[in-house]
Design a protein around this ligand. Structure first.
Ligand SMILES: [Zn+2]
Length: 317
């Protein structure tokens, strides 16, 4: 018995890359779950990542807690999204950046690829994770940042990033194919807030949010009335709720349509600005998007694989 576990331990030690012995992991703090996941994918065992915003947390409204501040000041690298996503934390990050390595990972995306913000003339729609093609630029930015922080692990980061970018390519292909299977008149996505602008533009879907690009904007009664009319006019069958936004307004919309004699159902819950539970497939970036793509296409009438592109969706469609 003893001999066997000793041999097993030896085999295990031999399988570990040498660099894992050399240094403690880089401490990285990331704001959103999507950034935390990309950092884990690229960093592997070279990083220890703490994500500040868990499932169901709205980044537009989030403010740093006392323990977040402690974690960030002790971190080797702090990653935030930028593009005015973490609107309540901007000043904090600009301040922190004077003292340590703080990178807004989405700020480097070529501005010509970004969509305008509907509330601010000089800002952009921050929801770039909705497109795997755009998100790859964020992954590369994270790779560059980690490489700068730990140049001796450059090869490891490069290999991990390549593997993850290949997954993103597969995800983009699945999105293109699955969403194109929805009939053209059904390509309308009604959601709680405008998180799906890039998604809509990429796949030719009309996207209508009750609230604007930020959940902090007020949805007026006029907006609800307008959307009710659209639902009735277009005879849309499904609207979608979001895991990080209250569904109160969505209920008002469904009731409004019902009062006009049109039955609308909830097509499913989408992950807009936060991922699913840690440790689940939906708690990863790929799983989050797989869930959204499969749920949207399925609810709008396309044939979809019941458990998504990897057969891993827990709820299934
Ligand atoms: Zn949002």
């Amino acid at each position: 018995m003893i001999r066997r576990s000793f041999l097993a331990a030896l085999a295990f030690a031999a399988a570990l890359p040498l660099t894992a012995w050399a240094e403690a992991p880089l401490k990285v703090v990331a704001t959103t779950g999507m950034i935390a996941d990309a950092t884990r994918q690229v960093g592997g065992d070279q990083v220890e990542v703490k994500g500040l915003m868990g499932p169901g947390v709205d980044p537009h409204a989030y403010r740093q807690t006392r323990s977040d501040i402690v974690a960030m000041t002790r971190a080797d690298v702090v990653l935030w999204h930028g593009l005015y996503l973490e609107a309540q934390m901007e000043d904090f990050f600009r301040d922190l950046a004077r003292k340590q390595t703080v990178v807004a990972v989405a700020e480097g995306i070529d501005k010509s690829k970004l969509r305008a913000h509907d509330d601010y003339a000089d800002k952009y729609d921050p929801h770039v994770w909705m497109s795997p093609d755009l998100w790859r630029e964020v992954v590369i930015e994270i790779q560059d940042t980690l490489t700068e922080a730990r140049p001796e692990a450059a090869d490891i980061f490069a290999a991990n990033a390549q593997a993850h970018l290949a997954e993103l390519e597969q995800l983009q292909a699945y999105a293109d194919q699955t969403l194109a299977a929805v009939s053209e008149q059904n390509r309308v996505l009604v959601t709680a807030h405008d998180a799906f602008g890039y998604f809509g533009a990429e796949h030719g879907y009309e996207v209508m949010g009750i609230q604007g690009i930020s959940t902090q904007s007020e949805a007026g009664l006029n907006r609800i009335g307008e959307l009710v009319d659209t639902l009735v006019d277009k005879q849309l069958k499904a609207v979608f709720v979001e895991s990080s936004v209250s569904d109160r307004l969505m209920r008002a919309l469904i009731e409004g349509a019902a009062a006009k004699g049109h039955d609308v159902g909830v097509g499913g819950e989408l992950y807009s600005d936060a991922m699913g539970e840690p440790g689940t497939y939906e708690g990863t970036y790929v799983g989050m998007l797989d869930h959204n793509i499969t749920t949207i296409a399925g609810a709008l009438g396309a044939d979809v694989p019941e458990r998504g592109m990897n057969g891993k969706l827990s709820a299934g469609y």
